[in-house]
Design a protein around this ligand. Structure first.
Ligand SMILES: Cc1ncc(COP(=O)(O)O)c(C=O)c1O
Length: 439
């Protein structure tokens, strides 16, 4: 029987192309036909669906936007006051300056900040500033950086160029063909690949961009070489901290690194679920923003600034990254111990606060769909990633462990008895990740 969320999703697909705004929130990515799809309330790590069912969220938790938990009380109270005081006016928000100062204080190698409302947009601003500064066009990058033309153009000459950068099979339709070869991907932690592509393109490069980490830590030689070449040829080095920022340090992941970028871009966790993107950089490069046109009405809106200010104060007081790391390690240990107990082969990766696991079998997708289906019955939103929030209490984590143990036992039985035929036990279709819905 369809739940209310599923019924609504069917309507959504008729009036919203693809049904949702973010690929990562498509119900089909988790559990086609059965996923609750919509929430009525979200608080801490608890989500209540349209039918009033309560779930503990142990997925990537809204793509890692809320390390302090959904609807964090302190942030919400500050925001409510901001709204009451008027969130917009002809005059600018003084909170913009306060927010910039707080971010710059945490990253003293930068001098200036610009703001947007989302991550991909902030990356586009960084690219524009770098292009204006260097008076060059091309970008050498690795990692995922959003949906904008500069990034997706990497797939024009070969639609698998982005396959190793988080989202495989991304279409470049709609991106002007003349951008072909303007963005070139290199492999993470592969110094040889970087050098080969850097040497070939260096005279036309506006920037080198990377996520300083995602699933694996960067090796020293890789980062050292990138920093060295960028400095030597005066090419801005940009770190995309949109996902990894605020996970292992109060601010960017790069605070833990010996090599600093010229620009770092933040969003998501920076404002714990309220819209904000931030571009921080050195004066020499950032000042070029005045020589090009970068301007947008809603970038002046107050809520995102207040959310970031409140989040940073809260974060500093509670040393949030230490809590996130501890909880993430606990989740990784649960996966390891329970998979060993039931002799199920899994691989575990990801930063400690952003842990990920996958089944190591041919039909991983069938298995993961089954896992999600069974965990849902036990009131858990769960799949192969669990981006921890400080609101994941010990009680919840222990309950997750107990239920995961039950579900892994079922999985081990199907592996043994039923020749791994998980499809037989699925109530809906196997999960898939495509914007276009099958007819
Ligand atoms: C590293 C990275 N860059 C850019 C983006 C795009 O951010 P947004 O979805 O806010 O546009 C994301 C989002 O997942 C990301 O993880």
């Amino acid at each position: 029987m369809l739940n209310s969320g599923n019924k609504l999703y069917k309507q959504a697909k008729k009036i919203i192309p693809g049904g949702v705004q973010l690929l990562s929130k498509k119900p089909e990515i988790f559990l086609p036909d059965l996923w609750p799809s919509y929430y009525k309330k979200a608080n801490g790590s608890i989500v209540i669906d349209l039918d009033g069912k309560k779930y503990y969220d142990f997925t990537n938790c809204s793509v890692g936007m809320c390390p302090l938990g959904y609807a964090n009380k302190k942030i919400n109270n500050d925001i409510i006051k901001t709204i009451k005081d008027g969130n917009i006016s002809t005059l600018n928000s003084y909170k913009e300056i306060e927010c910039a100062k707080k971010l710059l204080r945490l990253h003293p190698w930068f001098d200036m900040a610009r703001f947007t409302k989302s991550g991909g947009e902030a990356m586009s601003v960084a690219v524009r500033i770098a292009r204006t500064y260097s008076k060059k066009d091309n970008i050498l990058f690795c990692g995922y950086h959003g949906w904008h033309d500069w990034y997706i153009s990497a797939n024009i000459n070969n639609k698998s160029n982005l396959n190793k950068h988080l989202l495989p099979g991304v279409s470049s339709l709609g991106v002007p063909k003349y951008l072909k070869n303007s963005s070139i991907a290199f492999e993470f932690n592969n110094t040889k690949d970087f050098l080969k592509k850097f040497r070939k393109n260096k005279n036309h490069l506006a920037a080198v961009i990377l996520e300083p980490t995602r699933s694996f830590l960067p090796n020293e030689e890789f980062l050292k070489e990138i920093r060295f070449q960028c400095t030597k040829f005066n090419i801005p080095l940009i770190f995309d901290e949109i996902t990894v920022g605020w996970r292992v340090a109060c601010g960017g992941f790069h605070k833990k690194l010996k090599y600093k970028p010229d620009i770092a871009v933040f969003s998501k966790a920076t404002s714990n679920g309220y819209p904000l993107g931030a571009i921080l950089g050195t004066k020499k490069i950032m000042d070029s923003a005045q020589d090009t046109f970068i301007s947008s009405a809603y970038w002046t809106e107050n809520i995102g600034f207040q959310a970031a200010i409140s989040m940073i104060d809260f974060y500093k007081k509670k040393n949030v990254h230490k809590i996130l790391i501890k909880k993430g390690l606990k989740i990784k240990k649960i996966w390891l111990d329970i998979s060993k107990k039931h002799k199920i082969k899994i691989s575990i990766s990801g930063l400690d606060p952003l842990p990920v696991f996958s089944f190591e079998y041919k039909n991983n997708d069938d298995m993961m769909t089954f896992f999600t289906q069974e965990m849902l019955k036990k009131n858990f939103l769960a799949n192969g990633s669990c981006f921890v929030m400080i609101s994941h209490t010990n009680y919840m984590i222990n309950l997750y462990k107990k239920n995961l143990d039950h579900v892994f036992l079922k999985i081990s039985k199907i592996l043994k008895k039923d020749n791994a035929n998980f499809k037989k036990y699925l109530k809906g279709r196997v999960k898939f990740a495509k914007f276009r819905n099958p007819v």
